[in-house]
Design a binder for this molecule. Structure first.
Ligand code: PLP
Length: 443
C-alpha cells in the first residue's frame, strides 16, 4: 500500500475498511468483522443498506445543495416532521447540523440567545457534569467533563461552564448511603452550584441521560432527572439533554429521556439520526424557545454552510423511516434484553468484570482487578485496548475506553449492536466477547 497521507487519530495508519453488509464490516484483507458497536454507537442500521444508499443517490442527483439562508429543502422538512411526530415532550422544531459537536454548539447558543430574547441577558453560566462528553469543538469540549479529552486544551476553554458530580452509583454512591441519600447529595450539590453562581445567572444544565463513551453506558438512578428538572425549573434554567450517543432509539425508546419521566427544553441528537450514512446531527427544540426568537430578533444568530444539508437529511430521513416501518424499536428492546441476559450469564461471576450496565442495545462492561474492592487496573496496562484487540482478532469490533472514573483510572468497553441484530448475532457477540475478555485479562 502507498504511504498514508491522512492524519489518523491514533497516529500510524489503521487498516483500511472497504465494505460492509448488515452487521459486518470488511477490512481490505477480506475478513468479516461483526461491527458490534457501530463505531461509537453510530451505525444503528448496519452497513450497505440499499434503501438508504438509493435515497442518498436520488437526492444528490436531484439537488445536492442550496444555501439555508435562502432555501429549505424537502428532506430537511420531512426529517423534522418524522423526528418531531406528535411533538415528543413539547419539542416542536429541529435545527440540523453535521455532527454531535455542532449540535452541542447550537444548543448552547440557542439557550443563550433565548434568555437574551426574553430580557435575561445576565444569564451567562452553564452547569454540566464531570465524566461526561458533549463534543470536541472548543465550546462543546468546555461544556464536557471528559478530563482526558480536555486536559491539553484546558487553558483555552471558555469559563462559562461549571461542572458538578455525575450520577454514577457504581463508582460514587458511598457504601453507607442509600440510593435516596445519594440522590439527595447530588441534588444538594446542584442546588448549591446554582446558588454559588448567583440567582438567575445560569442558562442551563447539560447532561447525557445515559452517559456514553466517557463512563460506559451509565444511566442515572431512578428519580435523578426529576430532581434535576425541578432544580432547573426553580431557577428558571433550561434542561439540555445530550442524546448524541444514547438517543434515537439506542436505549429502547426513541428518546432516552422517555425512561426518566421528564422532558428536556433542548435535546441534542446525532449518531443514530443518520446511522453513519451521512454526517448529521441536530437540536430538537421546545416551542417556547422558538417562539421567543420569533417574537424577538426573528432569527437564530448562528449557522453553518452545511447545516440541514439535503443529502444528509435525505439519508437520515430514510434511516428514520426504516426504524419506523420495520418497528425496529421493538427489536432493540427484545435484543437488548437478550444482550443483557447474555452478558450477565457470561460475565456475572467474572472476577475482572465489576459492573455490567446499560439499556436497550447499549451495554458496557467495566473491568476491575478485584470485584469486592472495585480496584482498577494500572492504566499503563491499557486493559480496554487489550480487550478491543482480542475481540478484533476474533472478528468482533467493540468500543473501548479508559479513564472511566476520572479521565485517568478505570477501563470499560461498550457494545452497541445495530437495531437489526438477530438473536443469533447477539449470541455470537457475547461468545466472542467472552473469549476476548478471558484472554485479555488472563494473568
Ligand atoms: C454524548 C456525545 N455528545 C457529543 C458527541 C460529539 O459528537 P461528534 O463526534 O459527532 O461531534 C459525542 C460523540 O461521541 C457524544 O457521544
Amino acid at each position: 500500500m502507498t504511504q498514508s497521507r491522512v492524519l489518523h487519530r491514533a497516529g500510524g495508519a489503521p487498516p483500511v475498511a472497504t465494505g460492509g453488509d448488515g452487521i459486518y464490516l470488511h477490512p481490505a484483507d477480506g475478513a468479516r468483522i461483526i461491527d458490534a458497536s457501530g463505531g461509537a454507537a453510530v451505525s444503528c442500521l448496519g452497513h450497505g443498506n440499499r434503501r438508504i444508499a438509493e435515497a442518498i443517490g436520488r437526492q444528490a442527483a436531484t439537488m445536492a445543495y442550496a444555501h439555508t439562508g435562502t432555501f429549505s429543502s424537502q428532506p430537511a422538512e420531512d426529517l423534522a416532521h418524522i423526528v418531531l411526530d406528535n411533538e415528543p415532550g413539547g419539542l416542536t422544531h429541529a435545527y440540523f447540523c453535521s455532527s454531535g459537536s455542532e449540535g452541542t454548539e447550537a444548543a448552547l447558543k440557542l439557550a443563550r440567545q433565548y434568555f437574551v430574547e426574553i430580557g435575561q441577558p445576565q444569564r451567562t453560566h452553564f452547569i454540566a457534569r464531570r465524566q461526561s462528553y458533549h463534543g470536541n469543538t472548543l465550546g462543546a469540549l468546555g461544556a464536557g467533563g471528559n478530563m482526558m479529552r480536555r486536559a491539553l486544551y484546558e487553558p483555552i476553554l471558555a469559563p462559562a461552564f461549571s461542572l458538578v458530580s455525575p450520577c454514577f452509583a457504581y463508582r460514587f454512591k458511598r457504601n453507607d448511603e442509600s440510593d435516596q441519600q445519594y440522590l439527595d447529595r447530588l441534588a444538594d450539590e446542584l442546588e448549591a452550584r446554582f446558588q454559588m453562581l448567583g440567582p438567575n445567572t445560569v442558562i442551563g444544565f447539560l447532561a447525557e441521560p445515559v452517559v456514553g463513551a466517557t463512563t460506559g453506558c451509565v444511566a442515572a438512578l431512578p428519580g435523578y432527572f426529576k430532581r434535576v428538572r425541578e432544580i432547573c425549573d426553580r431557577h428558571g434554567a433550561l434542561l439540555i439533554l445530550d442524546e448524541v450517543m444514547c438517543g434515537m432509539g439506542r436505549t429502547g425508546t426513541m428518546h432516552a429521556w422517555q425512561q426518566e419521566g421528564i422532558t428536556p427544553d433542548l435535546q441534542i441528537v446525532a449518531k443514530g439520526l443518520g446511522g453513519g450514512y451521512q454526517p448529521i446531527g441536530g437540536v430538537l427544540i421546545n416551542r417556547r424557545i422558538v417562539d421567543a426568537i420569533s417574537a424577538g430578533s426573528g432569527g437564530f444568530m448562528h449557522g453553518h454552510t452545511y447545516q440541514a444539508h439535503p443529502v444528509a437529511c435525505a439519508a437520515a430521513l430514510e434511516v428514520q423511516r426504516i426504524i419506523r416501518d420495520d418497528n425496529l424499536l421493538d427489536n432493540v428492546r427484545a435484543m437488548g434484553t437478550r444482550l443483557e441476559n447474555g452478558l450477565i450469564e457470561r460475565f456475572g461471576n467474572h472476577r475482572h468484570v465489576g459492573d455490567i450496565r446499560g439499556r436497550g442495545l447499549f451495554w458496557a462492561l467495566e473491568f476491575v482487578t478485584d470485584r469486592a474492592t472495585k480496584q482498577v487496573f494500572d492504566p499503563k496496562l491499557k486493559i480496554n485496548e487489550r480487550v478491543k484487540r482480542e475481540a478484533l482478532a476474533r472478528g468482533l469490533a467493540i468500543y473501548p475506553m479508559g479513564g472511566t472514573i476520572d479521565g485517568k483510572l478505570g477501563d470499560h468497553i461498550i457494545v452497541a449492536p445495530p437495531y437489526i441484530a438477530t438473536a443469533a448475532d447477539i449470541d455470537t457477540i457475547v461468545d466472542r466477547l467472552g473469549a476476548a475478555v478471558d484472554t485479555a485479562l488472563a494473568s
